[in-house]
Design a protein around this ligand. Structure first.
Ligand SMILES: Cc1cc2nc3c(=O)[nH]c(=O)nc-3n(C[C@H](O)[C@H](O)[C@H](O)COP(=O)(O)OP(=O)(O)OC[C@H]3O[C@@H](n4cnc5c(N)ncnc54)[C@H](O)[C@@H]3O)c2cc1C
Ligand SMILES: NC(=O)c1ccc[n+]([C@@H]2O[C@H](COP(=O)([O-])OP(=O)(O)OC[C@H]3O[C@@H](n4cnc5c(N)ncnc54)[C@H](OP(=O)(O)O)[C@@H]3O)[C@@H](O)[C@H]2O)c1
Length: 451
């Protein structure tokens, strides 16, 4: 049996572990820093998308494999070190995700009222680090920068009614704050044109069906030239035609709902204004040009200022290394790798070291997209194991000795998934389906109470 340590319990990690376990030749130990599992499936996916979270059913099955040991509540790089693993395992899979929001790098980002999407997702999804996060919902106007699915999620949640959110599994503190949500308008700003939009069809269509918010679009921002129109003929882009039709309809509609969600194209943020608190954002108009055969944007010099009290950056994420011993690309926020095998600066691969998920390829891709990618990495591990090219472990004692010596309170798989049962039980007399336990102490005390 080859001993493999997997760091993180998100989709990238589970899909890789599952593929290795299916061979019968690997014993997998999975380390997760939280007492609750599945990474962004729990802490990213929007609370009104509970059906997406159902994917965790598959992970629950994978996690129950007899050759998988789960160590929840163990942060590698803090509770124990990476070297504790490299001394004891034949292979290490780094699957700890990318959880830092990218900065716009424009003036005014440090003003009160300017937020990262990942913090807002953490706030509405009961991530323990964001229990005390304060969102000023006295704000009447919010500008969300970015046109990815995360921007769509956040814009939609901010434009939802209290009653809609009360039917989800939103955190208690976010639901309480949303009772007094004064938002009247959200502008979702994309720097490219309508033919390049980066959100997906299902998420886009939901914007046309909001209960208390009108979808707003501007005719002049939906105009496409021949090159744009031709790009929509590509079978991969055809879905965009349906979204564009919906936006054209929105641009011609009469608006009568309480809130407005405006989807805006070809604007880049240049400055956030205000003294202490966000008061507005200056945007510069872009035009599309083709350079070296690639469609790109060019600033026109024309600017507008949108008054607002809140700005949300939903422009992507970057990861961090868990150890100075590992090579890291700080620009991309990933471990340098070839198809998942970690490489040093001279291009040589590092025996027995692999990356999966967002820390391998950067912060893009849906949950399901991690599956083929992680299976590809697992196949390389199987190949390296067959060729005797894994790490040479130096110690044969069990990792539990290290954890026990360090005094770490770790939980097993059955225990970590039981927290959700407790949360569902807690919602018995609530409008929500599940009341997420936000505090780590609460999660751990629930687990201990069931021992
Ligand atoms: C806000 C948001 C919403 C999203 N919504 C959707 C959606 O609705 N549908 C969809 O298909 N995709 C969605 N995605 C994308 C999807 O979540 C990702 O594709 C997927 O979660 C990436 O998996 P991962 O395993 O790389 O990382 P993650 O899911 O981030 O998992 C990494 C895990 O590693 C753990 N960890 C971190 N550091 C350590 C450490 N030092 N030691 C031990 N453990 C550690 C973390 O706690 C986490 O559990 C969303 C992404 C975001 C940011
Ligand atoms: N329901 C779902 O399925 C769901 C929900 C949430 C997330 N996800 C997935 O999770 C992944 C990450 O989503 P994401 O929304 O964080 O990332 P994303 O899809 O990469 O979108 C990032 C957005 O930010 C813009 N941007 C980047 N830098 C910018 C800057 N400096 N100024 C202005 N705009 C900037 C990008 O514009 P350009 O396109 O011009 O670069 C893009 O519109 C995606 O694959 C997404 O599909 C899926």
């Amino acid at each position: 049996m080859h001993k493999v340590a997997v760091i993180g319990s998100g989709p990238g990690s589970f899909y890789a572990a599952d593929h290795l376990l299916a061979t019968g030749n690997f014993q997998v130990d999975m380390f997760e820093k939280e007492y609750v599992p599945f990474g962004l499936v729990r802490f990213g996916v929007a609370p009104d998308h509970m059906n997406i979270r159902m994917v965790s059913k598959a992970f629950k099955k994978m996690g129950s494999h007899e050759n998988l040991r789960y160590f929840g509540g163990v942060e590698i790089g803090k509770d124990i070190e990476y070297s504790d693993l490299s001394e004891r395992y034949d292979a290490i899979i780094l699957g700890h995700g990318a959880h830092n929001g990218k900065q716009l790098e424009i003036p005014g980002e440090d003003l009160e009222g300017c937020h990262d999407a990942i913090s807002i997702a953490g706030w509405y999804n009961a991530h323990p680090d964001f229990e005390d996060y304060k969102l000023n919902l006295d704000a009447k106007a919010c500008v969300v920068i970015g046109h990815g699915n995360v921007a769509v999620d956040i814009s939609r949640v901010l434009c939802s009614s209290y009653d809609e959110m009360a039917k989800t599994d939103i955190s208690t503190h976010a639901l309480e704050q949303l009772k007094d949500n004064h938002i009247k308008r959200v502008d979702m700003i994309g720097r490219r044109g309508v033919a390049q939009l980066s959100f997906t069809i299902k998420e886009a269509l939901e914007l046309g069906k909001m209960e208390v918010a009108d979808l707003v679009a501007f005719k002049e921002e939906l105009i496409m030239d021949e090159e744009d129109k031709a790009s929509l003929e590509d079978p991969h882009n055809r879905y965009r035609t349906r979204i564009i039709d919906m936006l054209k309809e929105a641009a011609n509609a009469e608006y009568h709902k309480d809130r407005k969600l405006a989807v805006r194209f070809l604007w880049s943020p240049v400055k956030i204004t205000g003294k202490k608190q966000v008061e507005g954002i200056v945007l510069e108009r872009n035009q599309l040009v083709t350079k070296d055969g690639k469609r790109t944007i060019e600033a026109t010099g024309e600017t507008i200022e949108i008054p607002c009290d809140m700005v949300v950056r939903a422009i992507g994420h970057y990861g961090q290394s868990i150890s100075k011993e590992l090579p890291f690309d700080p620009i991309k926020g990933i471990y340098p790798n070839i198809d998942g095998r970690l490489v040093q600066s001279n291009g040589d691969t590092l025996a027995g070291l692999y990356a999966v998920g967002w820390i391998k390829r950067g912060p893009s891709g849906t949950i399901g997209l991690n599956r083929p990618d992680s299976i590809g990495v697992a196949n390389l591990i199987i190949e390296d194991a067959e060729k005797g090219k894994l790490n040479k472990r130096q110690k044969n004692d069990d990792i539990t000795t290290v954890l026990d010596t360090a005094g770490v309170h770790y939980v097993n798989f059955e225990e970590t998934i039981s927290v959700e049962e407790g949360e569902i039980e807690a919602a018995e007399d609530d409008t929500r389906k599940r009341i997420p336990f936000t505090k780590r102490e609460h999660q751990l005390s629930y687990i201990i109470s069931k021992r």
